[in-house]
Design a binder for this molecule. Structure first.
Ligand SMILES: NC(=O)c1ccc[n+]([C@@H]2O[C@H](COP(=O)([O-])OP(=O)(O)OC[C@H]3O[C@@H](n4cnc5c(N)ncnc54)[C@H](O)[C@@H]3O)[C@@H](O)[C@H]2O)c1
Length: 249
């Protein structure tokens, strides 16, 4: 990671901040991008008081924002070597009554936004290529009720990962995905508090018997960004404690 410049969307959130922290601690210069520019910049300053991390406002559903964020990374640190898309929301809702606007918003954030930010960053990566990691979910493979838009969008991102990987391989850009099961972040806390999921049931469903920690996701992301995975592209790596493998009672 030393000297590499990586842009992390959702950088002020649970997984994004941990990914940023992990990359910064391994020598990367990290641009955290999130909805609120001021609080994101403040979080970046905590990670690196000496300026090796910076924050920028970016709504990934807006292609112009995505372009500005990628340009900010290049202007600020002179290059762009990688991008991790951690921005996202979860909003379970019955499919029969799901308003079209809610469907469209979920697809916009989870799928369209992943494409816009990947495209913006790939355009700014130089001749030496780069690496992109898109955060998906076990829901790219496993259907949960009341999550039609979320599951469909995440499955879309898994396929998007493959298409971008084969298309951008010629430019030396690798594209992979990391799909966590439930991670101990604010998103999961909100879902537990709202009664959308039950923590004891989740733990019982996961063979390794616990929620993922953001650090579990961060180390998988770092592997896919770094030279240790230089021949891996178009792949989805599930950080799920065995969730997808489990098919028994
Ligand atoms: N937490 C889990 O259990 C879990 C499991 C599997 C996958 N994921 C996925 O991981 C990603 C990160 O989740 P998290 O747990 O860190 O959530 P989080 O709520 O802690 O953080 C999400 C961050 O994304 C930002 N964000 C939301 N919409 C955005 C937009 N349009 N543009 C830019 N930033 C935006 C939020 O401001 C927030 O900082 C999401 O894509 C989520 O679907 C999470």
């Amino acid at each position: 990671m030393k000297g590499k410049v990586i842009l992390v969307t959702g950088g002020a959130g649970g997984i994004g901040y941990e990914v940023s922290s992990h990359l910064a601690s391994h020598g990367a210069r990290v641009v955290l991008a999130d909805l609120d520019g001021a609080s994101t910049a403040a979080r970046a300053a905590v990670l690196s008081p000496t300026g090796d991390c910076a924050g920028v406002a970016c709504d990934i559903t807006n292609p112009e924002d995505c372009d500005r964020a990628a340009a900010f990374a290049v202007d600020h640190y002179g290059r762009l070597d990688g991008m991790v898309n951690c921005a996202g929301v979860s909003k379970p809702h019955d499919s029969l009554t799901l308003p079209p606007a809610d469907w469209a918003r979920m697809v916009d954030i989870q799928l369209n936004g992943a494409f816009y930010i990947a495209q913006a960053c790939a355009r700014r990566m130089g001749d030496s290529g780069g690496a992109i990691v898109l955060i998906t979910s076990t829901n790219a493979e496993a259907a949960f009720p009341r999550r039609a838009a979320y599951c469909a969008a995440k499955a879309g991102v898994a396929m998007l990962t493959k298409v971008l990987a084969i298309e951008w391989a010629a430019q030396g850009i690798r594209v992979n995905a990391v799909g966590p099961a439930y991670v101990a972040t604010e998103m999961t806390k909100r879902n537990i508090a709202a009664g959308n999921v039950n923590e004891a049931q989740i733990k019982a469903r996961i063979p390794l018997g616990r929620l993922a920690q953001p650090a579990d996701v961060a180390s998988a992301v770092a592997f896919l960004l770094g030279d240790a995975s230089s021949f891996v592209t178009g792949h989805s790596l599930y950080v799920d404690g065995g969730w997808l493998a489990y098919g028994y009672f």
